[in-house]
Write a protein that binds this ligand. Structure first.
Ligand SMILES: Nc1ncnc2c1ncn2[C@@H]1O[C@H](COP(=O)(O)OP(=O)(O)OP(=O)(O)O)[C@@H](O)[C@H]1O
Ligand SMILES: [Mg+2]
Length: 473
């Protein structure tokens, strides 16, 4: 083992809640090939997070070649498990003491004595290093704008590119792989400077396999909820997740729970008891949830845009589509038990809603946080205002009222082509455009209601010259 330790240790390039990332790897599972700067290692406990990464990597590798997936996902190329004494040897050669495994675990390992003797205590995973920077850094206009030679239009255009690209990546995960990434915040997305600054998705630690109507996978999904506390302020979690947490964890609802078989030692049994409870959801309880969500979300949105964007209409729409989505669960005939509610959400909307919500939320965060910066260019600003509304319309949890995945791109492509076909755009009548778009929606079976109420079609029409300019490039 000693022969394969990189004696000077890798630099600690990342440290998350679950692991330490070193470049080059601190250990490469006895294979020299990976001990260079093209690779990184992630050291973490051998627990459900590392196992999820292993499983996701296996699935991706079984369906796609490295060449096919490398520009979308970073998955592990090798992993091994270590016991405590092996890790001890490893760190006695490593000069870098920043990793929290030193401070939290290594120095206080007595606190972990229940399982530190295990042979499978740690996992080391090797990944190909993705050259670049996080999507979070990309979103920091002050840092990134220099890369676009201070050209805000080019920067904006590229952000839209990234948005469309991530739609494709999430489609592959959700639809082609039957997986949910489940943690798609902007730190888990790297802008790959070796591939036209397009995003690569990392960190499959919270991912899980999704199979519709499959009780085994449904049970695994349920267990996931027993591990975490409900935090309504986790505004980056989809409405679905927050609703399930609300049912499982909110104190105000505990009086309804079935307490027949409560064994208070194991939380998971509590959740099974809740699932066995007769459906207690009524419109008042659902309204409480919706009001809580709206309060948290719009406090945040207002704060990041420094109270510059007018949310009055958006807020009402939010209320309306959340009611449309969640009120059905107050029907006790259709959903006699809490389990029927959760199972319905799991089977009908869970898999497509989690990752797509994260992407939309990240971009709303980006455009609203930079609202002021974009306001300096008139034409661009008008389109940004439109795009924020577009994202809000598409955050709707009801699937037939929004675009998902590639449909975002297809829609803009359609609109662009329509405008391109008109030689004199200034003379184009709105009614003609409107009629065309309504037919487009009808063919896709998508309800136009919130698009029309938010002036999406009108704003696109008003921005027609900009749309052409944006997509011409
Ligand atoms: N393949 C990679 N190429 C380049 N950098 C990477 C790669 N994988 C991870 N990183 C860097 O290390 C950081 C932590 O990685 P990762 O998200 O996998 O760990 P984590 O412990 O799950 O973190 P968190 O708990 O914050 O989500 C990332 O944000 C990124 O900066
Ligand atoms: Mg991460």
């Amino acid at each position: 083992m000693n022969n394969n330790i990189l004696l000077y240790g890798g630099d600690l390039i990342g440290q998350g809640a679950d692991g330490c990332i070193h470049k080059p790897p601190i250990f490469s599972c006895n294979i020299k090939k990976y001990m260079n700067k093209k690779y990184i290692s992630k050291l973490q406990f051998y627990n459900s997070y590392s196992k999820n990464e292993i499983n996701a990597s296996k699935i991706i590798n079984s369906k796609y070649s490295y060449k096919q997936y490398k520009n979308y996902f970073s998955v592990l190329v090798k992993y091994c498990v270590l016991n405590f004494s092996q890790l001890n040897v490893l760190f006695s050669y490593n000069n870098n003491k920043d990793c929290f495994f030193y401070t939290d675990f290594y120095e206080n390992y007595n606190h972990f004595d229940s399982n530190y003797n295990s042979d499978k205590l740690f996992a080391i995973s090797i990944y190909k290093y993705v050259t670049g920077y996080s999507l979070k850094d990309f979103f920091d206009i002050n840092k990134t704008i220099l890369l676009y030679k201070n050209n805000i239009f080019d920067y904006f255009k590229h952000s839209i590119n990234i948005f469309f690209y991530l739609q494709k990546s999430t489609f592959i995960i959700n639809n082609n792989l039957n997986y949910v990434h489940n943690d798609l915040h902007y730190n888990n997305i790297i802008i790959n400077t070796n591939n036209n600054n397009l995003p690569v998705i990392i960190d499959f630690g919270r991912s899980f396999k999704y199979i519709k109507n499959d009780i085994t996978f449904y049970n695994k999904f349920i267990q996931y909820f027993s591990k975490f506390d409900f935090k309504p302020e986790r505004i980056w979690d989809s409405f679905h997740i927050r609703f399930i947490y609300y049912i499982f964890k909110d104190k105000s609802l505990q009086k309804y729970y079935n307490t027949k078989n409560i064994l208070d030692t194991k939380n998971i049994l509590d959740i099974e008891n809740i699932l066995d409870t007769e459906n207690f959801l009524d419109t008042k309880i659902i309204d409480d949830f919706i009001n809580m969500i709206i309060q948290y979300d719009f406090d945040y949105y207002q704060y990041i845009c420094k109270f510059k964007f007018d949310f009055v209409y958006i807020k009402n729409m939010y209320k309306q589509f959340l009611k449309e989505f969640f009120y059905i669960f107050s029907d006790k005939n259709k959903f006699p038990y809490i389990n029927d509610v959760i199972y319905h959400i799991y089977n009908n909307s869970y898999h497509y809603s989690i990752d797509s919500y994260s992407v939309i939320f990240s971009f709303l965060d980006f455009f609203l946080s930079n609202y002021n910066n974009f306001s300096k260019e008139n034409q661009l600003f008008s389109f940004v205002q439109f795009f924020i509304k577009y994202l809000f319309v598409n955050i709707n949890p009801n699937v037939n009222t929004k675009f998902l995945y590639k449909h975002h791109y297809k829609f803009f492509k359609h609109v662009y082509k329509f405008f391109k076909d008109h030689e004199n755009l200034d003379l184009l009548k709105y009614e003609i455009f409107y009629r065309n778009i309504v037919i487009y929606f009808k063919d896709l079976n998508i309800n136009t209601h919130f698009f029309i109420n938010n002036d999406i079609f009108k704003l696109l029409y008003d921005n027609r010259n900009f749309v052409v300019l944006l997509f011409d490039k």
